[in-house]
Design a protein around this ligand. Structure first.
Ligand SMILES: C[S@@+](CC[C@H](N)C(=O)[O-])C[C@H]1O[C@@H](n2cnc3c(N)ncnc32)[C@H](O)[C@@H]1O
Length: 215
């Protein structure tokens, strides 16, 4: 249940139906681009650690794959409660439920929900949240070693697409919106928390960046 000040209606968009479709997609074709690259970057040593905290991780497929790749513990804070049934099933089927903790809530409003972790991951989450600075400051604060992040590029055509994408949540009376936040503001929030970018790559739509703690 969302608190009084948390955005409402994310579970109308990130619904149990969407969770089942995501789980079917994962069973059929594995991780999507940014989570898949995250496991590859963990495996090739670009970043490392024993524990991962994923914010807005949906069905938790990346958490499953990072545990399989050798991480010891995973934690998730997800705003939509609708993902929990599918996520719990995935973890049990993989035999990994004992190494994972799942919590629901708005991480930006309630960062105390999560313990610090070696690695904090947010894939396609900043674009789902109005106050990117608050979300990223809280995430960076919980990252002992690394922050791994994907977010949309500031292209004219994504900016043109955003208002069209946002018709559907308006009709459903959900607070969820698709945002393209300024890259400069994203970097400033993370660097202010003592992390520096050590890796960046792109698709036509998204950036994927890895940050490491320097202090
Ligand atoms: C587009 S989905 C991405 C899911 C997954 N990370 C992936 O890459 O497939 C965005 C997710 O972020 C969650 N989310 C957005 N803002 C959040 C916040 N402040 N705290 C926790 N979860 C959040 C949403 O509920 C949704 O499940």
């Amino acid at each position: 249940m969302a608190g009084c000040c948390e955005p409402q209606g994310y579970d109308l968009i990130f619904s149990s139906g969407q969770a089942e479709r995501d789980a079917a997609r994962y069973r059929k074709s594995g991780l999507t681009w940014a989570p898949r690259r995250t496991v590859e970057l963990f495996n090739d040593g670009t970043f490392g650690g024993e524990s991962v905290l994923e914010i807005g991780g949906g069905i938790g497929d990346l958490q499953v794959e990072l545990l399989r790749a050798g991480m010891a513990r995973a934690m998730s804070v997800e705003l939509s409660v609708s993902y929990e049934a599918a996520a719990g099933r995935l973890l049990r089927q993989a035999g990994l439920a004992g190494r994972s903790v799942r919590l629901t809530g708005d991480f930006a409003q309630r960062p105390e929900l999560a313990q610090p972790a070696d690695v904090v991951v947010l894939h396609s989450v900043v674009c789902c949240y109005a106050d990117a600075g608050r979300l990223l400051s809280a995430a960076a604060d919980r990252a002992r070693k690394h922050l791994v992040l994907s977010y949309p590029r500031e292209t004219w055509w994504l900016r043109a697409w955003a208002p069209i994408q946002n018709i559907y949540p308006r009709l459903r009376r959900s607070d969820w919106r698709f945002y393209i936040h300024s890259e400069a503001a994203i970097l400033a929030a993370i660097e202010h928390a003592g992390l520096r970018r050590i890796h960046i790559e792109h698709t036509r739509i998204d950036h994927l960046a890895v940050f490491s703690r320097t202090e």
